[in-house]
Design a protein around this ligand. Structure first.
Ligand SMILES: O=P(O)(O)OC[C@H]1O[C@H](OP(=O)(O)OP(=O)(O)O)[C@H](O)[C@@H]1O
Ligand SMILES: NC(=O)CC[C@H](N)C(=O)O
Ligand code: SF4
Ligand SMILES: [Mg+2]
Length: 480
């Protein structure tokens, strides 16, 4: 299980939905493989053959949870699937999605990428009126809201439920006769729709999942849109109140795979361009440019190209260790970096090395890497980071550590450089990132860099300036 426990950034989750293919659960399984980078804590699939919904969930990687015999227990021509990295609720089996519930008129399954900022309020309200919860995940409130809605028919219940949610949600639902996709009005998390040549409809978090199951990309599910697929075809409802779009820029910087197109932009091209901009912004005399694999790779290529310095593979990544951000325990994260990345002495010895990574969160990876590279004989190590400093937590589906654990919240750039032990350190300035996005910059969320949170959990409401000053030390009241 080390692989599942080794990611430094908490990634988020991946969802998939298939309608109209007799191999629905197998296609789901393959699509979940393509989305594995989005969550490694647990995986699940729920399918329907027109009768009951059947589900299998488990802790661990998709390949650990499913095998041939398990997939054969999930018959039917429609299915939904999920890979989880939790934002609310522990990493335990009962929190692994999809969740299934029976309500008065049938059964419904749900898989969710995102995080609900009004989860606590909704759960208290539902429990006050008699709901009994099975899990500690925010996603479960969606099912209770559907079950307790007074609206009819099912789609009206679902829309009524979604209208009470605040925060980030890219959702897929399965019932006995429908597949439904819904995206929150801000569109924080991606969700796309595709079609296979046999007409089967597919929803997935990233386009890389469509490619693997030979589905052609059709379009994004729009922010605030609900798409219903059933025997009458595909219909779209845009019932949720319109908000300014706030797509997560971190999908481009880190989460998504470079072969995906996210929010209409190629992840590869965005990362490459960021690397070029970083080279313009923070040039340095050096002999070689290397990347921190995997997610620093494409930006490093852009940096090397722009600076005219050769790119080489100075760090080798073990394919048997996952993303280290995910690990909740610092000790395992420390060890994980060592296990995952090994230096190539022949590339580094006696060289002035530029190392490009996509982000610094706690500083675990970068400090270990600088040490590894110096021990391999590098003369100088210059760290270049393809994002602005992360100074705030995320409330929209990325399980970032608390603000107090973020190194850029605690230390200035110079202090961070000294802590990491690099000869120089530079980040991509926020203004350059926004400049690259041009007129679409306001349609992206960059709150973990800027503190401009589009919507906050109620207990964390910010002053109007939007500056993230909200998290205070807990006040300990004297015992009377
Ligand atoms: O400052 P830290 O807390 O160490 O976190 C930052 C690191 O975490 C991420 O990599 P990760 O290992 O999660 O995944 P990757 O293999 O996709 O780069 C990110 O790419 C940085 O390398
Ligand atoms: N990272 C996510 O998107 C997580 C989905 C959901 N909030 C959970 O905790 O399971
Ligand atoms: S706060 Fe950061 S990680 Fe979260 S949605 Fe906004 S940009 Fe993405
Ligand atoms: Mg990394």
């Amino acid at each position: 299980m080390l692989a599942a426990a080794e990611r430094a950034w908490g990634e988020e989750c991946g969802v998939v939905g298939i309608y109209g293919d007799s191999d629905a659960s197998r296609l789901c399984y393959l699509a979940l493989h393509a989305l594995q980078h989005r969550g490694q804590e647990g995986a699940g699939i729920v399918s329907c053959d027109g009768g009951q919904l059947k589900g299998i969930t488990g802790l661990g990687l998709v390949s650990e949870v499913f095998n041939h015999s398990k997939l054969s227990k999930l018959p039917g021509s429609s299915a939904i699937g999920h890979v989880r990295y939790g934002t609310a609720g522990d990493s335990v089996l009962k929190n692994v999605q999809p969740f299934v519930a029976g309500y008065r008129f049938g059964s419904v399954g749900v898989a969710h990428n995102g995080n609900l900022v009004n989860y606590n309020e909704l759960r208290i309200m539902l429990e006050d009126s008699g709901s009994i919860f099975n899990t500690s995940s925010d996603t479960e409130v969606v099912l209770h809201l559907i079950a307790t809605s007074k609206a009819r028919p099912f789609i009206s219940r679902l829309v009524h439920a979604c209208e009470q949610l605040e925060g980030a949600y890219s959702l897929v639902f399965l019932t006995e006769d429908k597949l439904v996709a819904a995206r929150d009005p801000y569109g924080f998390r991606p969700l796309v729709m595709g079609r296979r040549s046999n007409g089967a409809v597919v929803f997935a978090s990233e386009t890389c999942a469509l490619g693997l199951i030979e589905a052609e990309f059709q379009r994004e599910v729009n922010p605030g849109e609900v798409i219903v697929v059933d025997r009458d075809g595909v219909s779209s409802l845009c019932l949720m109140p319109h908000k300014e779009r706030k797509a997560c820029i971190f999908e481009h910087i880190y989460f998504a795979l470079p072969n995906s197109v996210v929010f209409g932009l190629s992840v590869y091209q965005t990362r490459y361009r960021i690397g070029e901009v970083l080279a313009e912004e923070a040039p340095v005399d050096c002999d070689v440019v290397i990347a921190v694999p995997d997610s620093g790779m494409v930006a490093a290529l852009g940096y090397a190209y722009k600076s005219g310095v050769p790119f080489q593979q100075g760090l080798i990544r073990s394919h048997y260790v996952g993303r280290t951000f995910i690990e909740p325990h610092q000790k395992i994260r420390d060890f994980g970096v060592k296990l995952k990345l090994s230096p190539v002495k022949e590339v580094l010895e006696g060289k002035r090395v530029v190392v490009v990574d996509d982000s610094i969160v706690r500083g675990t990876t970068s400090s270990k890497i600088v040490r590894l590279i110096k021990e391999a004989g590098a003369k100088e190590v210059h760290l270049r980071i393809a994002s602005p400093p992360i100074t705030g937590s995320c409330y929209y589906g990325v399980d970032t550590p608390s603000r107090e654990e973020l190194i850029s919240h605690k230390l200035s750039i110079d202090e961070t450089c000294a802590f990491i032990g690099a000869d120089s350190l530079a980040f991509l300035p926020l203004e350059r990132l926004r400049g690259m996005l041009g007129h679409s910059a306001p349609t992206f969320c960059d709150a973990c860099f800027s503190g401009n949170y589009p919507i906050l959990p109620k207990h964390l409401d910010l002053p109007p300036s939007g500056v993230d000053t909200r998290i205070k030390e807990p006040v300990v009241l004297p015992v009377a």
